[in-house]
Structures are given as C-alpha cells and as structure tokens.
Design a protein around this ligand. Structure first.
Ligand code: ZN
Ligand code: MG
Length: 419
C-alpha cells in the first residue's frame, strides 16, 4: 500500500515536469524534496522530461534544488543530451554550466555557413583586378566563348530546366576559352527585346519579377543574378552625376560611373557616388527573455497566414545593433537588449544587404505600428516547429527557405537538416 502511494506521487511529479506545470512541481518539491531524482518506468527523471519538452523554468528550478545532472536514461542520454537532441539549445547550455542567466542562454551559437544562403553563392570569380584592363575587356566582349545574360526591365532571360542532369551539365559549363577564364557580361534593356531576339531555346522567357520569379533559380544562377541585377539596377537609376547632374561614363567593366564634367567635386576624394549601391537592412528574430518564444510580425502585403522576422533599413550613421533596437521598438514596441549577428544575404531587389541577427527582448508587451505591420505576436517553439515542418495544425506559415528570415527562424529552433 505504502509503495503504491509513493509510485503515484512519482508518476504525478514526472507528469507535471512533462507538462511544464511549474507551480505544481514547486509545491510538490516543498513537501517531498526527495522526489527530485526519482525515475519513471522508462528511467527518465523530471529533469530529462523538462529538457525533452523545453521547459526552461522547471529545468532551472530542479537545478537550483540540486538535482543530479549526470543521471542517464536507458538510452544512456543525460538531460543535456536530451535537450540537444530536441533542439532546446538554451536548456542544453543551462545544463552544461549550471548557471542561470537567461539572456546569455537564449541566443543560439553563430554559424558561418552564409554560402548556403540563397543569392550568396559566389559561382563566378569577380576578378576585380581585370576591370581596369580595357584591352582584356574588349577582347572578352568579342570572344565567342563569353557568356551574355540578358535582362529586360531587370528580369533575367531563363529557360525551363529539362531535368536534373541537364541542370548539372549546365552548371559544369566551360570555365576557360584557351585565353584565360570565360567572361560573363550582363545587359539590361527597357525596350521589349522579344521580337528582336533569336533565342536558341524557344521555351526561354523573361522571368516575371522580381517576386517570386527570382526565388526559382538554382543556387549558382541565383548568385550570378544577385550580382548582375544589383549592378544593372544601379545603372538604370544613376545615369547622371548625383553631385552636379552632368552625364556620367561607365568604367571598370560596369563597376564605376564617372562624372564627365571636368572639375566636378565627385572626381576628388572618397565618396560613394560612383560605385554600385548596397543598401544595408537589418532583419532580426527577437527572442523572448524566457528563451522559448520568438516575435514575428506580418505586413499587409504578406500572403495570408505568413509571419516573418521584423526588418528595416539601417539609417545613416547608425550601427547594426542600434538599428535592430530602433526598428524592433518602432514596429512592435518591444525593447531589445543583446544583439548578435548571425548571417547575411545579398537581396538584389534592387540592391539590399540583409544583415541577419538574433536579439533578446527586455520587455514583452507588444504595441504595433500599424503603418508598418499589421500584427506582431509571440510564438512558442512548438508553434514555430509546426510552421517549419508545415504541420497541418500549424497556426501560421513562415517565408520560404530562400529568405534569410527562414534561416534565422530555423537556426533559432536548432534544426540543421534541410527542411
Ligand atoms: Zn559631377
Ligand atoms: Mg521600419
């Protein structure tokens, strides 16, 4: 009889840990402190169950009461192994050093795999040293081996991919022409070239863009298009000198426009009027101080049901960190403390550099700037996982994997697999 009562108590204690019932766990511990390292039928302790289900506060409480962190279940996993397996990195880190300090534990580690991010693939060698070699450029321009990619209103000419093998063959195309590397040129026209164009592939067409067309390229092509489109977009808007309004001439293989008026101020000193634009944007996943929720918002223009990271242009004379804090506060009313750079993405629409960060909220009340976004909400890890795996019960959906927002969200969850 005595044994059964104890078994029931242990079972209830473990259930509370699985469910995340902090209040109940706390009160049971104050009556029976020896429940702390008890195991259920599967050999799991309350700590392992809290680690399995991502209950940070319960983990913290059990640690503060001196639970055994070295205990293992029947598969030989400690609570920390369990937390790592299920992607609860903040809990794994808490278990690793046993210290509290929510702010320091809620940020995932930085990973440097930016080449895997769409648009970032450096398929071509930029060879900037050749841009001033006009003879070389002229020879390449008339070489039958050179590749010309054509844009109409900044939308590239593409052909449907026959099959995967064909795509692979294309990606392994010639790299040298007997006279050094093959050169690639990009051209943009604002007059419909369809009638004048004799194309080899009658199925080829200009992508409808920029969205979603530009997100349908292969990784290599996306990298080439990112580079070409950003430069062409600059040429299409900056025909005249921003300093004096005179005509400009193209130099350095298209990477510089120089004012043709002698004596123009832009011809001296360091300035930014001659080179292709790059516009920095911060895009950030705001993490709740409890480490278990993140803040996502939606613009009216988003497809229905989609929520994403907040984002905004960096202002002149502003640091990345300051821009993150200002944008989050403006758009959601939430105050941000720690900011950590994660990765970046070239976004050639027309020439942004998305600087992706994780940051930790200091406050949690939301007050949305209706001019910028329609709604912002805290979502739990489980809700975000459901959205990531496109579960049919998912409460919302997130941007596709080509967007850096997707990466920031996935990386916070701790998924490494290609979902
Ligand atoms: Zn000028
Ligand atoms: Mg803004």
């Amino acid at each position: 009889m005595e044994l059964n009562v104890r078994d029931e108590l242990v079972k209830e204690f473990l259930d509370c840990s699985s469910r995340g019932d902090l209040e109940k766990i706390s009160s049971m511990m104050s009556h029976c402190s020896d429940l702390i390292d008890e195991r259920g039928e599967t050999g799991w302790t309350a700590l392992m169950l809290a680690a399995r289900h991502g209950h940070y506060e319960i983990t913290k409480l059990l640690l503060s009461k001196g639970c055994d962190t070295t205990a293992t279940n029947r598969s030989g996993q400690t609570a920390r192994d369990v937390a790592l397996f299920w992607g609860h990195r903040h809990i794994a880190r808490l278990l690793a050093d046993g210290r509290d300090g929510v702010v320091h534990h809620v940020l995932p580690e930085r990973e440097t795999d930016e080449a895997d991010i769409y648009f970032n693939r450096e398929f071509l060698n930029r060879m900037s040293e050749k841009r001033t070699d006009s003879e070389w450029l002229a020879a390449k321009r008339s070489s039958p081996h050179s590749v010309f990619i054509l844009f109409y209103n900044l939308n590239p000419l593409v052909s449907p991919r026959a099959d995967a093998n064909e795509a692979e063959k294309q990606e392994r195309r010639l790299e040298t022409d007997g006279d050094g590397p093959i050169a690639w040129f990009a051209l943009n026209t604002e007059d419909d070239p369809s009638k004048l164009l004799k194309v080899k592939d009658p199925n080829s067409f200009f992508l409808k863009g920029p969205m979603p067309g530009l997100l349908m390229l292969s990784d290599n092509d996306a990298g080439v298009v990112a580079q070409a489109r950003a430069v062409l977009a600059w040429h299409s808007r900056y025909g005249f000198c921003p300093t004096c309004g005179s005509e400009t001439g193209v130099e350095e293989g298209g990477y510089k426009r120089t004012c043709l008026r002698a004596g123009c101020k832009s011809l001296q000193g360091i300035h930014n009027t001659c080179y292709p634009r790059v516009d920095p944007v911060v895009i950030m996943l705001v993490i709740h101080p409890d480490g278990n929720q993140c803040l996502l918002g939606r613009k009216k223009s988003f497809p229905s049901g989609m929520f994403s990271c907040l984002a905004g242009f960096i202002e002149a004379g502003e640091s990345v960190e300051a821009a993150v804090r200002r944008e989050v506060q403006e758009e959601s009313g939430v105050l941000v403390g720690q900011v950590q750079y994660q990765t970046c993405q070239a976004w050639p629409m027309p020439s942004c550099l998305m600087i992706g960060c994780h940051c930790v909220a200091l406050t949690t009340d939301i007050s949305v700037d209706k001019n910028e976004i329609e709604e912002a909400r805290w979502f739990t890890r489980q809700q975000v996982i459901n959205a990531l795996v496109k579960d049919k019960h998912a409460a919302f959906n997130i941007p596709p994997k080509q967007a850096v927002a997707h990466y920031l969200i996935k990386h916070w969850i701790g998924f490494n697999s290609n979902l």
